[in-house]
Design a protein around this ligand. Structure first.
Ligand code: ADP
Ligand code: ASP
Ligand code: MG
Length: 240
């Protein structure tokens, strides 16, 4: 099976969490699956990059903001590749330029136009785990772009679609999609099966657990999504 697994910022926030993610991926790799891992920037790094930019100016050029944003995901993918190496598993990190993840030039809120799959397929056929930067793309002039905050979810779904993956799992810091934010609403109920439209409604109401563009893309390409916790091995997750 070809599995796309996306891990958000809190799931890769420090060394222990990076090794936790690596070990979870290795479990499936050792069963003979091909693994593509999509990662976000560590913890709140993207917010820190915004603060850094705002020290220069509160009105920074959007192209330069995207250039800065891409650093966050690049740190995570390279550290993750180092963790796999330490654990004796072949892996390679790739950014949007190396993959060739093409978007329009709408900096800060770009749309994916096409993902070239040759490089990823070539690395997978060498039995490597492929670790890809979420959130970023390149435009036709090779400028970096980003997909909007929370956009790594969209990268994962787009990759699953272009690679014709057998599964697309979104790992995060909660164990599924709830009727409301479980960190705010105590009696929120976990939804084990949600339609794309119900999920879109929740995302549009601000449920940041999934980027709304990612839900639209999943619906358009009929990609089944599983939202699960990166910290626990619960079998009962949310399926969209
Ligand atoms: P990641 O860094 O993994 O992408 P996010 O912070 O983007 O994580 O999304 C996960 C967060 O979404 C949870 O910590 C939770 O507080 C919030 N959230 C908001 N609404 C919901 C919901 N309806 N169901 C689950 N989580 C929700
Ligand atoms: N790192 C980006 C953000 O914080 C993308 C993501 O996490 O999905 O918005
Ligand atoms: Mg997110």
């Amino acid at each position: 099976m070809l599995m796309v697994k996306k891990f958000g910022g809190t799931s890769v926030a420090d060394k222990e969490k990076i090794f936790n993610v690596a070990n979870r991926c290795i479990e499936d790799y050792k069963k003979g699956n091909k693994i593509v891992v999509v990662l976000s920037a560590m913890g709140k790094h993207t917010d820190e990059l915004i603060s850094l930019a705002n020290e220069i100016s509160i009105n920074v050029p959007k192209r330069e903001m995207d250039m800065l944003f891409t650093v966050g995901e690049q740190i995570t993918v390279s550290l993750m590749a180092m963790a796999f190496d330490k654990l004796g598993i072949p892996a390679v990190s790739l950014n949007a330029f190396q993959v060739r993840m093409l978007t329009n030039a709408n900096y800060g809120d770009a749309e994916i136009i096409k993902i070239e799959t040759e490089r990823i397929q070539a690395e997978l056929s060498k039995n490597k785990i492929v670790i890809v930067t979420g959130f970023q793309g390149i435009d036709e002039n090779n400028n970096y772009t980003t997909l909007g905050r929370g956009g790594s979810d969209t990268t994962a779904v787009a990759l699953a679609s272009y690679l014709n993956a057998d599964s697309c799992e979104i790992y995060t810091d909660v164990d599924g999609v709830y009727t409301a934010d479980p960190r705010i609403v105590n009696d929120a109920i976990k939804l084990e099966n949600i339609s794309y439209d119900e999920m879109l409604e929740l995302a549009n109401l601000g449920a940041g657990v999934l980027h709304n563009k990612c839900v639209k893309l999943a619906k358009a390409n009929n990609i089944k999504l599983v939202v699960r916790s990166s910290m626990s091995n619960l079998e009962r997750n949310s399926c969209i």
